[in-house]
Design a protein around this ligand. Structure first.
Ligand code: G6P
Ligand code: FE2
Length: 189
């Protein structure tokens, strides 16, 4: 039997950086078609800001193993809609996930394949359980970076297709200075 080495790393709780992790950067340009207000999207695209960064420690895609990653989701809006992560189902759809809020303010939109949506607020210390089969997207509803940790099965994979095409049935927007979760007018069943 060949054993893997255990690993301990310290997440920088101010910046979300995991030393030695693989860094992924997603700019607004990587999120084409994701926001409802296309005019506001094109306007902000001139600056093409970084929307989020992911620091991941990933293992081979094997049953039984675990990956973990921090995400630094920057504050901002496209029209009324707060910045969010793409959102995905797992390729192995029955794989669950755990999120843990580290810094800032936001939440998670979850959705079943039938379009039933849930919104869970997250702040530092919040643990969110993502059950099998639910798509999940995080949203920054504050004015500082929203940083969280996620732990997920190494063989879960990311299935972006249906969210990219259809979006979530709910939007998280700012209206009169308040955070609102409203029906998505462009949602396609
Ligand atoms: O992949 P996205 O939907 O863009 O979300 C960004 C990332 O958020 C978390 O860190 C998850 O653990 C990652 O698996 C995911 O890739
Ligand atoms: Fe996931």
């Amino acid at each position: 039997m060949e054993y893997k080495n255990p690993l301990g790393v310290d997440i920088d709780l101010e910046t979300g950086v995991i030393p030695g992790a693989k860094k992924l950067v997603r700019r607004l340009g990587d999120l084409k078609g994701y926001f409802v207000d296309e005019k506001a999207y094109e306007e902000l695209l001139k600056e093409n800001p970084v929307v989020y960064e992911v620091y991941a420690i990933e293992q081979e895609e094997k049953d039984g193993d675990l990956n973990f990653a921090t995400t630094v989701l920057y504050p901002g809006k496209v029209g009324k809609e707060f910045f969010f992560t793409k959102g995905h189902y797992h390729s192995k759809a029955d794989r669950a996930e755990i999120y843990y809020g580290i810094k800032g303010k936001g939440g998670m939109l979850l959705q079943t394949p039938e379009g039933k949506a849930e919104w869970i607020e997250m702040r530092p210390g919040t643990v969110v359980y993502v059950p099998p089969y639910w798509a999940h997207r995080t949203v920054n509803t504050g004015d500082e970076p929203f940083i969280f940790l996620a732990i997920y099965p190494a063989d879960a994979g990311h299935d972006y297709g249906s969210i990219k095409e259809k979006g979530f049935s709910k939007l998280v927007i700012e209206e009169n200075g308040e955070v609102r979760v409203v029906d998505n007018p462009k949602w396609k069943e």
